[in-house]
Design a protein around this ligand. Structure first.
Ligand SMILES: [Zn+2]
Length: 399
């Protein structure tokens, strides 16, 4: 499907197309107000072509019984131990009749959420994603529940922990999307054996951004977000906070490269080092959205100009201006957000496709993003430079 940035016809809601195999997912953690019910999505496969498991030609779900994470046992896929009942489609080939209290729901929803994120990003990438482990395993193995609280996305598999009492991690769309994000970045950029901490931090940031852009494809998320914020997105919100209760990072932040808390352990440091980068991209998303609001006459240019990271008393005035605009032009706000979301998705996908795995730094990625923006005709170069400069990240070509 061709996409023209900011065209009228760009709505990329592949999941809301009328055909495709149906699944149910929770667009946000079900303990959040307004998200207690799972919603129906369509994945881009003809009904009847997704098999029992669910399983298809490039991934399969195994509901392993009482399994510990591969990373803790040193084992690798394929899983050969005891397993519980697989999820089965109805007679028309859909999986959306499986109720959340059925033990096979977790298998169906994990598959549905993973496919949903892949469907969205394969449109942005303009091609099918190749698994980075494709030389070893033909298919991705998905384990919906292991004995751990965390989620893992590794060589040939993703597995999800039991989470906390509020729900399984595989039912948390942000967390699933984040893990798929790792697969996308590894599939597109690569997974070299030597991965400096900035490479790993960039992958964490990319995975969080995949989650944000993917959740903005849910009408339920967009409606709730706009209602709660009255359209002013320079704020902490359900969308800026990723994986609520699982990873707990906030993309709406003020961190610069100069004040990220350092940690001698790279496994921990990557989670703070990613903050200035993903914070900058989140700001870019909101700036693009506000520019579209101005273009649609939904807010005044002087309001948008004052909006970014305003503090104190200025915020109250801005909130009022946004609330008045939102009350009058609700649909323009939705459209502006969809346009900004899709441009962000295209920009990130194009950037990653041009990013080599060696000598990757935040600075080299920003330089590549400037090129990607030019190729897409975005003309946002000065904005991109300014937003990253605030984080003390300056564009530089890698050696
Ligand atoms: Zn991660």
């Amino acid at each position: 499907m061709p996409i023209r940035p900011f065209g009228r016809d760009l709505f990329l809601d592949t999941r809301y197309s009328r055909t495709g195999t149906r699944f149910r997912v929770y667009p946000q953690p079900k303990f959040l107000p307004g998200f207690a019910r799972a919603v129906t999505i369509h994945v881009d496969s003809t009904p009847g072509t997704v098999g029992i498991g669910p399983a298809d030609d490039r991934m399969y779900v195994v509901d392993a019984r009482n399994k510990r994470p591969y990373s803790k046992t040193g084992r690798v896929p394929p899983y050969a131990g005891a397993r519980l009942r697989p999820a089965e489609p109805n007679r028309q080939g859909h999986f959306d009749e499986i109720e959340p209290d059925d033990e096979t729901f977790k298998s169906a929803t994990a598959y549905g959420a993973i496919r949903c994120v892949l469907d969205i990003w394969e449109v942005y990438l303009g091609r099918r994603l190749a698994w980075h482990f494709g030389d070893t395993y033909r298919r991705l193995e998905i384990i919906p529940r292991v004995r751990d609280w965390n989620a893992f996305s590794m060589f040939g598999y993703v597995e999800f922990g039991a989470g906390d009492p509020s729900g399984l991690v595989c039912e948390n769309f942000d967390s699933v999307a984040h893990e798929v994000g790792h697969l996308i970045l590894k599939g597109v950029i690569g997974n070299p054996s030597v991965r400096p901490v900035e490479f790993r931090a960039h992958e964490e940031a990319g995975a969080d951004l995949v989650a944000v852009v993917s959740s903005l494809h849910f009408k339920e998320v967009v409606d709730r977000l706009l209602k709660r914020t009255h359209g002013r997105l320079f704020a902490a919100s359900i969308v800026s906070r990723i994986g609520e209760a699982v990873v707990a990072r906030n993309l709406y932040n003020d961190f610069t490269m100069g004040d990220v808390p350092w940690d001698p352990d790279p496994d921990a440091y990557k989670y703070s080092l990613c903050l200035p980068f993903e914070g900058a991209v989140f700001d870019l998303l909101v700036e693009l959205y506000e520019r579209r609001l101005v273009a649609h006459d939904a807010i005044a240019r002087r309001v948008a100009d004052r909006s970014s990271h305003a503090r104190g008393r200025a915020v109250r005035g801005l909130k009022g201006a946004f609330a008045r605009g939102f009350a009058r032009h609700e649909n323009a706000f939705r459209l502006a957000l969809a346009e900004a979301r899709d441009y962000m998705g295209l920009l990130l996908a194009r950037t990653w496709q041009m990013t080599p795995a060696t000598n990757l730094s935040f600075s080299s990625v920003v330089a590549t993003m400037l090129t990607a923006d030019q190729q897409l005709g975005g003309r946002h170069g000065p904005l991109i430079r300014a937003i990253f400069a605030r984080r003390l990240i300056l564009p530089m070509k890698s050696a």
